[in-house]
Design a protein. Sequence first.
Length: 297
Amino acid sequence: MNMTHQQLDNVISMFKTPAMADEFLHLYDQLVSRWPQNVISRDIQTSFGATHVNSVGPDGTTPLVLLPGFGTNSTMWFANIMALSKHYRVFAVDTIGQPGRSVTRTALSPTTTSVWLAEVLDGLSIEQANVAGFSLGGWIALDFAIKHPERTKKVALVDPAASIEPMPFSFFLHSLFPMMIHPTRKGLQRYFRWLTRGNKGMNTEWGQSMVLGILNWKPQPPIRVSPFNDEQLRACQAPTLLFVAEKSVLYEPATAIKRATQLIPNLTAEIVPDASHGLVYEQADLINNRLVSFFQE
């Protein structure tokens, strides 16, 4: 990573101690080093802080912006980046306020995520992009497509948090203590096993990195997202691909698919079989093939 001492100090300042930052950033860099060659890492200055972006893939195609879920960063696409970057110039973003290499100046909220993402695209000189988001990133992607149709060519939502239906009480019950109130290594590991039905297919180093990030990142105000109303979903004019995991803890799959199909005008939706909220790596081949095909159409 070609960072100035000041940039590195700014990143380290987001962690509870410099030692914690070193451990996390070492794992982060190890994961990115296994991406295809010629990854370019940039810090895009926005009014919300410096947003770290890892880009890779051929130029000359419509840019593909990847947005991660809550508590993680661009390294979460470890099972997808190789396939996607063969076809597209991929820009994988570390969301402001989440453990990663971005530096928060002002916390994001549901009303400002689209402003932040527009500023990131401006900083990358991208006028229009395909956008794919997982979990919280899925909500941010859909919100951006609704508010900025002129800048969104297509949008893919991978088990998006809260976007279609309210998340069940059981999700908050399982998440509150280990994620918000008293995170511990054992508690987080147990939580992720519940979230992903056993972590099948998870990269061990990435799992460790996610635990370290949540444990060591200075607490940030969460982005409290909620489902979009009927009018908002109808306003999404971009061609949209929706994945809901068969064993999702966020939705009853058939109910979510039904509402999305009724309201989002140009929607392709499917329930991903034998998959939990970890579907991006549990069913990586299926997800990758569908994404490549969708964005090429």
